[in-house]
Design a protein around this ligand. Structure first.
Ligand code: MG
Length: 149
């Protein structure tokens, strides 16, 4: 039997975006207060969300699993840092399974786990959107239960 495919977003889902803030100089945070996405190397400073790594590993055992994230167009270091983050935290289980795209709807599969439902193609995804941080899926435990892993 073919495995079903699951795409998993990074920021706000696997990655705790705000965990980088205390590691940055206050002047940098002030300088980029309206576009923190564009702080050079910020994506290398972030920690995993609670239960994210364990949940990814469990999902990857049962499903054909990919990371599907968007990297800021104006921050080239983000593209580099997201690759390094995946290698550091997910290693071989996510080997060559990182997709960076502003057009998530072009990826074909059964599930997309994402905290945004309105941007970068998540709104046009053909499969089922598991809306992370919604009332129904407010943590990884709920998502794992739903995917039966
Ligand atoms: Mg996100």
């Amino acid at each position: 039997m073919n495995k079903k495919t699951v795409f998993i977003d990074m920021d706000g889902v696997l990655v705790d975006f705000v965990s980088a803030f205390p590691k940055l100089e206050p002047e940098i945070l002030e300088q980029y207060k309206d576009n923190k996405d564009d702080i050079p190397h910020i994506f290398g400073l972030m920690e995993p969300m609670p239960d994210a790594i364990e949940s990814y590993n469990r999902i990857a055992e049962k499903y054909d699993t990919y990371i599907l994230s968007t990297a800021p167009w104006e921050n080239p270091s983000a593209w580099h840092d997201k690759l390094l983050w995946v290698k550091k935290h997910l290693g071989t289980v996510a080997f060559k399974r990182l997709i960076l795209s502003h057009n998530k709807h072009l990826c074909k599969g059964e599930y997309l786990i994402d905290d945004r439902h309105d941007k970068n193609g998540a709104d046009r995804f053909d499969g089922e959107l598991i809306h992370f941080k919604s009332e129904r899926f407010n943590d990884w435990k709920k998502v794992c239960e739903y995917l039966q892993v």
